[in-house]
Design a protein around this ligand. Structure first.
Ligand code: GAR
Length: 226
C-alpha cells in the first residue's frame, strides 16, 4: 500500500517535482493526496496541476493566529486522506497542534547540514560564514525550527567563488535525491525515532558520490533509483 502524503510548499516546488518523478518512476511508493501552499501563484502549484494533483491554497494572512491557520491545514490534510506530511520548502513554523496531529509522520528538508544554519536562507548563511562543506538534511519535525531528529544528510563542497545561488544549486541537486529516499523509508516503515536519533532499518552504508557533475557524501547511503 502506498503512503498517502500531503506536500506543503511556499515556492518553486522543485522538491515536489523530485517526489512526483520518483513516484512516476515507480521507485517511491507514495501517493500525493494534496499539495498545499500558503501562497497563491507559486510555481509549485503549477507543477502539481500539470501532474493532475489536487491543490489548495490557504493563505496564512487570512487567519488571526498561527493556531487558526494550522487548524485549517490539519483539517484539509485529514480530509485529503494523507497520513504523512512532507514540508517541501514550506516557510512557516508549525504549532504543537499541527505536529501532534501527525506524530512521527512529518518530514522537512533543509538546505544545510543541521544544526548549522537553520531558518531562512541557509545557503546564504553558509556562504557568509565561508564554510568549505555545506549540504542538506531531512529531519522529522518537532516544535523548534529545523530541529527534529535527522533521517539523512548530504554534504557538498562550498567553493571559494560560490554565492548563495551556485552553492544552493549544488545543494538542491542532493535535496532532490535524499528527500524522496527518506520518504520511501517512511513509506516502508523503516524509520524509528530513539530520542534525537533515527534508526533506519537495514541501514545502507554511507555513500560517496564522485562523478564529473557532483561530489557528495551521503549518510545513510542512497538505495537503487534514488
Ligand atoms: C529548498 O532549498 C528547501 O531546502 C528550503 O526551501 C527550498 C525550496 O525549494 N527549505 C528551507 O529553507 C526550510 N527551512 P523548492 O520550492 O524548489 O523545493
Amino acid at each position: 500500500m502506498p503512503l498517502n502524503i500531503a506536500v506543503l510548499l511556499s515556492g518553486s516546488g522543485s522538491n515536489l517535482q523530485s517526489i512526483i518523478d520518483k513516484i512516476e518512476q515507480g521507485v517511491l511508493d507514495a501517493r500525493i493526496r494534496l499539495v498545499l501552499s500558503n501562497k497563491n501563484g507559486v510555481y509549485g502549484l503549477e507543477r502539481a496541476e500539470k501532474h493532475g494533483l489536487p491543490t489548495k491554497v490557504v493563505k496564512h494572512t487570512a487567519y488571526d493566529s498561527r493556531e487558526d491557520f494550522d487548524a485549517a491545514l490539519v483539517q484539509l490534510i485529514r480530509e485529503s486522506g494523507a497520513e504523512a506530511v512532507i514540508l517541501a520548502g514550506f516557510m512557516r513554523i508549525l504549532t504543537p497542534h499541527f505536529i501532534n496531529s501527525f506524530p512521527d509522520k512529518i518530514l522537512n528538508i533543509h538546505p544545510a547540514v543541521l544544526p548549522c544554519f537553520p531558518g531562512v536562507n541557509g545557503q546564504q548563511q553558509a556562504v557568509d560564514y565561508g564554510v568549505k562543506i555545506s549540504g542538506c538534511s531531512v529531519h522529522f519535525v518537532d516544535e523548534k525550527m529545523d530541529h527534529g531528529p535527522v533521517v539523512i544528510q548530504a554534504a557538498v563542497p562550498g567553493l571559494h567563488r560560490d554565492d548563495a545561488k551556485t552553492l544552493g544549486a549544488r545543494i538542491l541537486k542532493m535535496e532532490h535525491r535524499i528527500f524522496p529516499q527518506a520518504i520511501q523509508w517512511l513509506a516502508q516503515g523503516r524509520l524509528s525515532i530513539e530520542g534525537r536519533k533515527v534508526d533506519v532499518k537495514d541501514c545502507p552504508a554511507p555513500m560517496v558520490i564522485n562523478s564529473q557533475e557532483d561530489s557528495a557524501l551521503v549518510n545513510p547511503g542512497l538505495e537503487n533509483g534514488f
